[in-house]
Design a protein around this ligand. Structure first.
Ligand code: CP
Ligand code: NVA
Length: 305
């Protein structure tokens, strides 16, 4: 049997995604009750991070420890990846030693090549194209706060980036409406939007997207690797900050989400991220619970080949 990978949300079926989300909620309560749950005792996770990380790195490492397993953090600088050893060879070698591999990479294509040559599951911990683990935590947060997300309206304000692409996949899989407002030239990838059916609407006016939304979500205007475009992007994104006035257009009980790290005064005003509608700290915490549910789904009860 081939290993299951998690490179993008549709690597799970909608039913599997809902199961993982429900399990994340359950595992969070188990942890809060002090119950130990160690189905991954004796299992090992390798983590390769080509880019910086606070939340993803810590949540995976802590999560694996709570599940009874161990993890090792590999910077490309300390392995041979930065000295030209191909991703394919690294995948063949590591997957003979560890049980699961988590990768944060500059290029999505590298993670796909890696997964093709890995005997064990590979998890995408963010690429230029997608950040599926973030969406597990974000949807878990919505479920805990308000219940089912089907038929709700989400407003994405800002850059049509990797996290936006994962929201598009989630909208299609879970049946909610996603209104995306970006400056011209910063839309999400056309092929990803095209695959989303009729659940996605593109705008260039943040107000149109925010009106009547249940969730307002944004992210940095300059993702990792785009630092050299920062000045140009700040100009292009003028008028796209999520502030109190924009939140007033959303539903009264709307929540504000941000994957973090956030830049106050740029994509979000302090009054919003630090205000009563913000659920960003729950989202960050849920990275731990959602990824534990994912690790359990991919590994528990499955023998090494
Ligand atoms: N949201 C998120 O992925 O954060 P890190 O970059 O800190 O992992
Ligand atoms: N879009 C951001 C997300 C960081 C978690 C980036 O790729 O840098």
């Amino acid at each position: 049997m081939k290993s299951r990978h998690f490179l993008t949300l549709p690597d799970l079926t909608p039913a599997e995604l809902k199961r993982v989300l429900a399990r994340a909620v359950e595992m969070k309560s188990m942890l809060k009750r002090g119950e130990r749950h160690t189905p991954l005792t004796g299992r090992t996770m390798a983590m390769i991070f080509e880019k910086s990380s606070t939340r993803t790195r810590v949540s995976f490492q802590v999560g694996m420890a709570q599940l009874g397993g161990t993890s090792l953090f590999l910077s490309p600088r300390d392995t041979h990846l930065d000295r030209g050893e191909p991703a394919e060879d690294t995948a063949r070698v590591l997957s003979r030693m560890v049980d699961i591999i988590v990768i944060r990479a500059n290029s999505h294509a590298m993670v796909e090549r890696f997964a093709t040559h890995s005997q064990v599951p590979v998890i995408n911990a963010l690429t230029d194209l997608d950040h599926p683990c973030q969406l597990l935590a974000d949807i878990q947060t919505w479920i805990e706060k308000r219940g089912d997300i089907a038929d709700r309206k989400v407003a994405w304000i800002g850059d049509g980036n990797n996290v936006c692409h994962s929201w598009i996949s989630a909208a299609r899989m879970l049946g909610f409406k996603l209104d995306i407002a970006t400056p011209k030239g910063y839309e999400p990838k056309a092929e990803i939007v095209a695959a989303s059916g009729d659940c996605v609407t593109l705008h260039h006016d943040p107000k149109q997207a925010a009106r009547g939304a249940d969730i307002v979500v944004t992210d940095t205007w300059a993702s990792m690797g785009q630092e050299h475009e920062k000045a140009e992007r700040i100009k292009a994104f003028a008028g796209f900050m999520v502030d109190g006035a924009l939140m007033k257009l959303a539903n009264r009980d709307a929540v504000f989400m941000h994957c973090l790290p956030a830049y106050r005064g740029m994509e979000v005003a302090a009054e919003v991220i630090d205000g009563p509608q913000s659920v960003v700290w729950d989202e960050a915490e849920n990275r731990l619970h959602a990824q534990k549910a994912l690790l359990e789904f991919l590994l528990a009860g499955k023998e090494r080949k």
